[in-house]
Design a protein around this ligand. Structure first.
Ligand code: NDP
Ligand code: OXD
Length: 308
């Protein structure tokens, strides 16, 4: 029984060592090292999954090295082949840190002060405390929950929005398309942590921005195609929105000259909000392999119909 690794090359050696340590009975091979395709039971990868999977007749599951699953073309995979996205403590902890950094940065007006610094303007603006700041997260899943847990101790007034209704202590929970505008309207800082699906593509648009309070700001850590970047820039230029932290863009890397690179109220990071941590990710994959063997549901199983 082997697992074939087709994800980012620079992490292969680490995964090989981790599997050798934690599960020596499941050797981890690169695609070019497989001599017996019939022995490959699992695939750990990210992109081109259908092409890779087609080589292994006895594949039992595909494990994604990251949390998103929008790149999976389920129609090209064997019906019923489980695809499992990454759910592990490290990726959640890093997202919690990143979003907390971003929310604090926007809460304390850092984009404005960076702009003032560039203009050598020494100007102080009113400071407010966290309980006076309403933070809304679009998404209430594994990563959003980790962010809410990190933000709560600061005392922010928290809300989230999901497809189905969630109940989270101390968090106002909105659900469904009818409640999106309500969530946006009460969010001084709105964080997008949604998976990319047909329903969420283009969701961050002019209408949503118009629903947000005057002077509100955006943190976008979901997926690039969820954002209408022209609408964001228009909302920033009109002064309706005050700032944005954009971590994901429709085209990655963001092409040279794109206005997001240089807008004075945009902080841009290169899709780096979080990434899975090799050891805890290997442990999570092995725990799922054990669940599969026991006939128990795997954690992070992607629903091909919902797309996440
Ligand atoms: P989960 O599947 O755990 O959570 C997804 C959440 O989004 C759920 O609460 C779900 O609602 C909600 N949702 C999905 N569709 C809709 C919809 N149409 N309307 C309202 N809510 C919806 O995912 P994770 O938290 O693990 O990951 C979220 C996303 O974060 C990933 O898919 C990826 O796009 C992004 N990501 C970004 C990274 C970065 O570095 N920038 C790194 C890793 C992930 P419900 O609870 O009802 O199911
Ligand atoms: C992920 C990502 O989905 O890196 O894990 O965006």
């Amino acid at each position: 029984m082997t697992i074939v690794y087709t994800a980012i090359e620079s992490r292969k050696a680490d995964y090989r060592a981790l599997f050798a340590e934690l599960a020596p009975e499941i050797p981890l091979l690169g695609a070019d090292e497989v001599t017996d395709p019939a022995a490959v039971r699992f695939l750990l990868g990210w992109s081109d999954l259908a092409d890779h999977a087609a080589r292994y007749p006895n594949l039992q599951a595909i494990f994604l090295i990251g949390a998103g699953a929008d790149q999976v073309d389920h129609a090209r995979l064997r019906p019923g082949l489980p695809v499992v996205r990454m759910v592990e403590p490290g990726i959640a902890a890093c997202m919690g840190e990143f979003v907390t950094m971003s929310v604090l940065m926007l809460h304390r007006g850092l984009p404005l002060y960076l702009d003032q610094q560039r203009r050598q303007a020494w100007v102080k603006h009113q400071v407010t405390t966290a309980p006076q700041r309403r933070v809304g997260i679009l998404g209430a899943g594994v990563l959003a929950t980790a962010c809410l847990e990190r933000l709560a101790p600061f005392g922010f007034d928290l809300a989230c929005w999901s497809r189905t209704r969630r109940r989270i202590d101390g968090v106002r929970c909105y659900a469904g398309p009818d409640e999106l505008a309500d969530c946006a309207a009460r969010s001084d800082i709105l964080v997008c942590l949604l998976p990319l699906t047909d329903e969420t593509r283009g969701l961050l648009d002019a209408r949503l921005f118009a629903a947000m309070p005057q002077g509100a700001s955006l943190v976008h850590v979901g997926r690039g195609p969820q954002l209408d970047a022209a609408a964001l820039l228009a909302a920033l230029d009109s002064g309706h929105l005050s700032a944005a932290h954009v971590d994901v863009t429709a085209v990655e890397p963001l092409p040279a000259g794109d206005p997001l690179w240089s807008h004075p109220r945009v902080i841009l990071t290169p899709h780096i909000a979080t990434m899975s941590q090799n050891r805890s990710a290997a442990e999570a994959i092995l725990a799922n392999i054990a669940r599969l063997a026991a006939g128990a549901p795997m954690v992070g199983l992607v629903d091909p119909v919902l797309g996440y």
